[in-house]
Design a protein around this ligand. Structure first.
Ligand code: XIL
Length: 458
């Protein structure tokens, strides 16, 4: 019975399969092409933080207008700027950043609504009941003011401690665990069209703190708390980009949220020298590639654009030179590295999609997301049809001698060129109309064409 139905399934699948083969050639990298355009060609954005004070530097403004498609106000939408006294809202500085962005054809990321820093003492001194209503009022009023002008908001910022438990901020102490979910619910009601993000630092790679965020997002998804994305601040140190950054982005994406790198800078002990700048360039490449390797990583924002418009020297004494342009607004090796990575790296060299919602219960799309001499990386998106899936297996044949070396988010077994990838423990269940992704690194064969995968639900 089982073998009969699977034979019938295979025959029907073969008969009704629609195989679409798309070959997208990456445009040549050119330092003359602004990052915003290179990123856009990859379906991503490149952005930078911009403060009202930055507007005094005309050269910096035009550099941002040229390079960045998205702007995040560095300070102007924080609570101390927007509601300095209870019920008295001040939007002039935020509006100035928005107007500058609009003039430069840039979109705006909102930052940030609920945070323990840069929040006036009148708020932190409120009773629990008062604080909760002040929070909802703040979110409602600020998001209401910027409705249609801000495409994504960091709703809650930095609410986790390094060990992955909740930070013991006044928010947490007064309102308890529920304050984050409450903030997101208020945010969704205030502007249903804005993407709602949780944003934090030291959560870039896999670790205790990012585990905490991951588990919260997973719970929110299960409970129906509205969340659309996770921001990884990525305030990094030269030579110390977490090796698990791509894996971390991927696991968040697999929960069904977007991921954005929101405040990237990669600092070094100053003064800089050519070897530190070369290392920094490699580090920027790693971050761009980690984002480009995951379809739901939507964009990268640097916290400033040039070293003279950076928060680092003021906060980390003896450190700086963290951004892609130098004090004279000249491109550094890091800029050229980002340009090359956005220009040449990431998806999508070859995509094969097999559309076959019946009768196998799922479909699989195979993408080569990177290639190099002798090797490649691929990502397979497994999608449920109109019924939920509780377990899946994707199979394909490598006919050009490729092989799988290491995989993530699936259990892969091979026999000759035949590859079988079964769901991992955490991603067997896919809701109707949803998808999950697994990936692997492989060795290339004679050529590296994408095979046509078949997906079967358990
Ligand atoms: C920083 C600003 O860049 C500084 O101008 C300000 O003095 C302090 O805040 N994480 C965040 C950002 O989410 O809001 C911070 O911005 C940097 C760390």
């Amino acid at each position: 019975m089982i073998s009969t139905s699977s034979r019938i399934g295979a025959a029907v699948a073969a008969a009704v399969s629609v195989v679409a083969l798309t070959v997208v050639l990456a445009p040549p990298a050119s330092a003359a092409t602004p990052l915003r355009d290179l990123a856009a060609a990859k379906g991503r954005y490149f952005g930078n933080a911009m403060t009202a004070g930055d507007f005094n530097d005309a050269g910096y403004r035009s550099l941002s207008a040229r390079e960045a498609g998205v702007v995040t106000p560095g300070n102007e939408m924080k609570w101390d700027a927007t509601e300095p006294n209870r019920g008295t809202f001040a939007f002039a500085r935020g509006d100035q950043v928005v107007a500058g962005a609009v003039a430069a054809g840039q979109k705006v990321r909102g930052h940030t609504l609920v945070w323990h820093n840069q929040t006036p003492t009148w708020a932190s001194n409120l009773s629990a009941t008062e604080l909760r209503s002040a929070m909802v009022n703040h979110i409602t009023t600020v998001m209401g003011h910027y409705k249609g002008k801000v495409f994504a908001w960091d709703v809650v910022n930095e609410a986790f401690a390094e060990n992955g438990t909740r930070r013991q901020s006044f928010w947490q102490q007064k309102l308890g665990d529920g304050f984050i979910a409450d903030a997101f619910r208020a945010a969704r009601a205030a502007d249903p069209t804005a993407k709602l993000y949780y944003n934090d630092y030291n959560t870039d790679g896999v670790g205790a703190k990012s585990d905490g965020v991951y588990n919260m997002v997973k719970a929110f998804k299960q409970q129906g708390v509205p969340i659309d994305g996770v921001g990884l601040q990525a305030h990094l140190v030269v030579g110390q980009v977490p090796s698990t950054m791509q894996q971390n982005i991927q696991r968040l994406a697999d929960l069904g949220v977007d991921v954005a790198v929101t405040e990237l800078d990669i600092r070094m002990k100053t003064p800089s020298d050519s070897s530190k700048l070369a290392q920094q360039a490699q580090d920027y490449t790693k971050v761009v590639n980690a984002c480009l390797a995951v379809t739901r990583c939507v964009g990268i924002t640097t916290w400033g654009l040039s070293d003279n418009h950076s928060w680092i020297p003021g906060v980390f004494p003896g450190e700086g030179a963290a951004l892609p342009f130098d004090n004279n607004l000249q491109p550094k090796p890091a800029y050229n590295a980002m340009s090359a990575a956005f220009g040449t790296g990431g998806p999508t060299t070859t995509t094969t999609t097999t559309t076959d919602p019946q009768p196998t219960g799922c479909t699989a799309a195979y993408r080569v997301t990177g290639q190099w001499q002798g090797g490649f990386q691929a990502e397979v998106e497994v999608s449920a049809g109109s019924t939920p899936v509780t377990g899946w297996t994707v199979t394909w044949s490598f006919v050009n001698g490729q092989s799988v070396s290491s995989s993530w988010n699936a259990v892969v077994t091979t026999s000759g060129g035949a590859v079988s990838a079964r769901n991992a423990d955490h991603n067997g269940s896919i809701a109707a109309g949803s998808s999950t992704t697994f990936g692997f690194v492989g060795t290339s064969g004679s050529t590296n064409s994408a095979p046509s995968p078949t997906c079967r639900a358990a």
